[in-house]
Write a protein that binds this ligand. Structure first.
Ligand SMILES: NC(=O)c1ccc[n+]([C@@H]2O[C@H](COP(=O)([O-])OP(=O)(O)OC[C@H]3O[C@@H](n4cnc5c(N)ncnc54)[C@H](O)[C@@H]3O)[C@@H](O)[C@H]2O)c1
Length: 257
């Protein structure tokens, strides 16, 4: 028995990094997964790798999360292949680096579109599918940057904070409507994926750049994708059936300081 046997999961941003790791871990525990990404080749490579281990468990979908039309097609393709959608993981995201004096409006808009607007558009369109496949779970990947600010993360702080509160609002609506659809947010600290490479570069690159990031984390290391994956696995499974409108910090203790 897998922990998520029979779960039908759509993961956005599934080509690499955290999304690809969630796909692998969920498939290892019995789920079928649709990996969507604007980088279709990447999503396909990850799906192929999963299918080698678990034949037929994974599907790759080309999907720009800022496009309503792409969302409609992705949800349709995922539901057709998986036989419905019971778990939606809003994971696709970007970060930009800039303060109130240097950040461009273009970067601000792009961050809000990819990190926040996409969750509004996609989750709204996914609701009929989730209602059909209850018990269901919405997992939104926010960040510790949605809870604590950095002068250079203006757009990202605003976006990830919005994701945190949207998750609760969605959770309350579902609960009050009597739907068995839970909604929670996950808040990783610096985790070893391509998205942290620019931050390591800013700190001087290589081991020195990584050390500067690690110095801030009480547990003394970067997060690994699996550290976040175990939380996502729990939230996708029925083990978390009484958990909704909650936030999960996967942060090595950084936000306690
Ligand atoms: N790695 C970290 O340190 C960290 C920390 C906190 C939060 N997060 C969040 O975790 C999520 C995953 O990040 P990651 O670390 O795996 O980064 P990543 O850059 O490795 O992966 C992000 C994925 O999202 C995809 N993507 C970007 N724009 C898209 C779009 N418009 N439509 C569809 N897909 C798109 C990319 O192609 C990529 O595959 C993001 O929301 C990120 O903000 C990451």
């Amino acid at each position: 028995m897998g922990r998520v046997d029979g779960k039908k999961v759509l993961i956005t941003g599934g080509a690499q990094g955290l999304g690809a790791c969630f796909g692998r871990m969920l498939a290892d525990e019995g789920a079928r997964v649709a990996l969507s990404d604007v980088n279709f080749e990447g999503a396909e490579a990850t799906a192929d790798e999963i299918n080698k281990k678990h034949p037929g468990a994974a599907l790759a979908i080309k999907h720009d999360v800022t496009s309503k039309k792409d969302w409609e097609e992705a949800l349709d393709a995922a539901a057709e292949h998986l036989g419905g959608i019971s778990v939606l993981i809003n994971n696709a995201g970007i970060g930009t680096w800039g303060n109130i004096e240097t950040e461009t409006y273009e970067n601000w808009r792009r961050t809000q579109e990819i990190d926040v607007d996409s969750i509004f558009i996609g989750t709204q369109l996914a609701m009929p599918y989730l209602k059909e496949s209850q018990p269901a779970s919405i997992i939104n990947i926010s960040s510790v940057a949605g809870m604590v600010a950095d002068g250079m993360m203006l757009s990202y702080n605003a976006a990830k904070s919005a994701v945190w509160m949207m998750s609760k609002s969605i959770a309350l609506h579902c609960a009050k409507s009597g739907y068995d659809i839970r909604s929670n947010s996950v808040h990783p600290v610096f985790t070893r994926t391509p998205i942290v490479d620019p931050l390591i570069q800013l700190g001087g690159g290589g081991a020195e750049g990584e050390k500067k990031l690690v110095r801030q984390i009480p547990l003394g290391r970067l997060g690994e994708p699996e550290d976040v994956g175990y939380c996502v696995l729990y939230l996708a499974s029925d083990e978390s059936r009484f958990i909704t409108a909650a936030e999960f910090k996967i942060d090595g203790g950084i936000t306690a300081q």
